[in-house]
Design a protein around this ligand. Structure first.
Ligand SMILES: [Zn+2]
Length: 133
């Protein structure tokens, strides 16, 4: 590979979107996990990791999108196992998660909310009463 091609490949890798989660242990010590290739993979891993954390620990998502870092909090419900009910009027579709952790008829948005693909409305968010961890 010529230098130009190597640099181009490097730049492409650097600019690739990356998904992490950060656990803050005892409100003090940050622990970075990732990068994961997709937000879905990240939330599954974060959910598993979350079961090992105590109430004094925190867990946040961190995305690098087009080279920019964005950090936010997971919805409590995204840290739970199970299915979600679409709250859109007239839909009420159950968004089912498979054993691989991926949604069969939905998707998780970068901010941790769940999109119901039955409605096919990008503004729609599926939420469920979230139990406190
Ligand atoms: Zn729906």
């Amino acid at each position: 590979m010529k230098d130009g091609a190597i640099l181009e490949a490097l730049a492409e890798e650097i600019m690739e979107d990356k998904y992490y989660f950060v656990a803050i242990i005892g409100c003090v010590e940050p622990e970075v996990h990732g990068p994961f290739k997709t937000p879905e993979e990240r939330v599954v891993r974060a959910r598993t990791h979350n079961t090992r954390l105590s109430l004094k620990d925190g867990i946040y998502w961190a995305d690098i999108i087009k080279g920019e870092l964005v950090v936010g909090s997971f919805m409590a419900s995204s840290m739970e196992d199970g299915d979600y009910i679409c709250e859109s009027e007239g839909c009420q579709t159950t968004v089912v998660r498979g054993t691989d952790g991926k949604f069969r008829n939905g998707a998780r948005l970068p901010d941790g909310t769940i999109l119901c693909t039955a409605c096919d409305l990008t503004s729609l968010k599926v939420e469920r009463e979230a139990a406190a961890r």
